[in-house]
Design a binder for this molecule. Sequence first.
Ligand code: SAM
Ligand code: DTB
Ligand code: SF4
Length: 370
Amino acid sequence: MTNMKINPTYSTKEQLIELYNKPLLELVFEAASIHRQYHNPREVQMSSLLSIKTGGCPEDCGYCPQAARYSTDVEAHKILSVDSVVEQANNAKANGSSRLCMGAAWREVRDNRDFDTVIEMVQAVNNMGMEVCATLGMMSEDQAKRLKNAGLFAYNHNLDSSKEFYGDIISTREYDERLETIENARKAGLTVCSGGIIGMGEAVEDRIGLLMSYMAMETPPESIPINALVAVEGTPLEDQKPIEQWEMIRMVATSRIVFPQSVIRLSAGRTKMNMEAQAMCFLAGAGSIFAGDKLLTTPNPEFNEDKEMFEILGLIPKAPFKEGEQPISYPDEKIEARKAAEAQRKEELEKASREARSNGFEPRKIIVNS
Ligand code: SAM
Ligand code: DTB
Ligand code: SF4
C-alpha cells in the first residue's frame, strides 16, 4: 500500500499558486478525481462543535469574538459541567454527528481543575463511541499525553494563514508556538486537525503559504478545516467583506489535491454559502462539515437543513474512524497511471490555453483579496 500523504506533483509555491488559479472546473475535476482515489465520495463526516469554556480569552486574534479585549455580544462563561457536555454530545450523535470537537477560549492549557474536568469530558464522550477532538490552545507534550490517555482522538490547532500574514492578525503569540503545540500533539500519538481561515484580507500567496506549512511537516494533518471568516461585530475584522464562494471552492480543491489522504473539512462560513456552492466543495473533496446550529459562538446551518442537503446531494454521514484507522490508500501502479494521465492532460490544457490566448482570451489573474 502506498502512502500519498502529500501529492508529489506539486512542491513549490509557484506550482501551488498556479494550481489554485487554474480554470475553476479543471481544478474541481482534478480534485474530484483525487478524492475518489482515497475516499468514498458519498461519505461526509458530520462533526459537531461545542464551546466548553466561552469568552474572556486573553489573546488578540483579530477574527475572534471570544477575545476579552474586543467588545462583542459573546458573554464569558465558566467551564460547562461534564453532564451538560454528555447531553449535548448525545444530541449531536442522535442527529448524525460522529465527532465532537470541544473548544475552550484559552491561550493555553493549565494543569488545574478545569483541565481535570476536560479529561472527564473526553472520557465520557469517547465512551459514547464518538471521535473526540479538543481545541484548547497551546499545550505541552505531557498535557497532550493526558488527553490521549483519556481517549482523545484529535487535537485541533489552526495555523490560520501563512507565517508572513500571521502577525497582521495575532500579536500575542508566534506562529512557531502553534507549530510546537502541533508537534506535541503528534508526539503524544494524537491525530492532528489544523487548517485556516480565508477572507481575512490575505493574498492568495498566504493561503498557499498555509498549505506549504503543512507540506513541510513530516506528517501533514489528518484533518484540515477550511474556514471562511465569520466577520463578527466588535472584532478588528468586522468590516471584512465576505469571501467569494469560488474562493472557498478553490481552497478546498487545492487542499484536497495537495493532501490526498487528509480529510478536508468545509468549516465556518456555510451560512453564507448556497447549496450549489457547498455541492461544488463536496465534489472538490470536502469530506466533512461542522454540523449543528452553532459553531462555537456563531450560527451554523441547522441539522435539518443539512439533512435535506445530504438527501438532495446523495451524501451519507460517515461513521467514526476506529483507533488507528486511516483513509484507504492505493497501490503504486494506480498512482503512476494517474500521474501519466495528469501529465498528458496538462499538456493538452496548455495547448488549448495557448490557442485561447492567441484568440485574445486572457486567463484568470491571481486575485488579492482586499
Ligand atoms: N483558543 C483555542 C485556539 O485558539 O486554538 C481554541 C479555540 S479557537 C476559537 C479555534 C479556531 O477557531 C481558531 O484557531 C480559528 O481558526 C477559528 N475561528 C475563531 N474565530 C473565527 C471566525 N470569526 N471565523 C472563522 N474562524 C474562526
Ligand atoms: C475550526 O477550524 N473551526 C472551528 C473549529 N475548528 C474549532 C471554529 C470556528 C469558529 C467560528 C467562530 C465562532 O463560532 O466563534
Ligand atoms: Fe482565544 Fe482561541 Fe479566540 Fe484566539 S482564537 S482569541 S486563542 S479563543
